[in-house]
Write a protein that binds this ligand. Structure first.
Ligand code: 6IA
Length: 141
């Protein structure tokens, strides 16, 4: 099972430590292409030594090679939204993870997308349970 984890980079790195925990957990279920997204050293300003075009093309190759896209969508990110849209149109299995924020609402384009599974969670235990349930559901089919 190849897994693409999507989380905010230029949208803001407030949840980087949480991404790292999710990525660690996802490794129980398969190979995670995008481990760098949990890297605390990756800021919203760095460039990793790649051009934007190289980043885009590499990520699209990984997305194409993935069976499942897991997106943490609490921090608003144009790139994550784009990846979800591309994944849905490629017919990939998509799960979006969202922590409710006071005074903020998840984009209707994600909350209203019938092709993506949406999980609202409050803590890591709920998150891990939901991820396990999702993978159990797709592997027993
Ligand atoms: O719009 P955002 O930057 O928040 O988009 C984040 C999403 O786009 C992530 O899920 C990644 O898969 C992808 N992405 C965006 N930038 C990068 C990147 N380095 N490396 C890998 N994936 C990326 C760019 C470093 C940046 C700080 C300039």
């Amino acid at each position: 099972m190849n897994i693409y984890f999507a989380g905010s980079i230029r949208g803001g790195r407030e949840d980087a430590a949480l991404y790292a925990r999710i990525i660690d957990f996802l490794k129980k279920f398969g190979n995670v292409f995008t481990e760098h997204i949990g890297d605390a050293a990756l800021t919203d300003q760095g460039d990793e030594g790649f051009t934007d075009r190289q980043i885009h093309d590499r990520d699209m190759d990984w997305l194409l090679a993935s069976d499942v896209i897991v997106a943490e969508v609490t921090t608003v990110s144009t790139g994550v939204g784009y990846e979800i849209g591309r994944a849905v149109s490629l017919g990939k299995k998509v799960i979006c993870l969202y922590r409710e924020q006071p005074g903020k609402k998840l984009s209707a384009m994600i909350a209203g997308c019938p092709s993506a599974t949406l999980v609202y969670y409050e803590n890591i235990d709920e998150l891990e349970l939901a991820i396990s349930g999702f993978f159990y559901g797709i592997t027993k089919k």
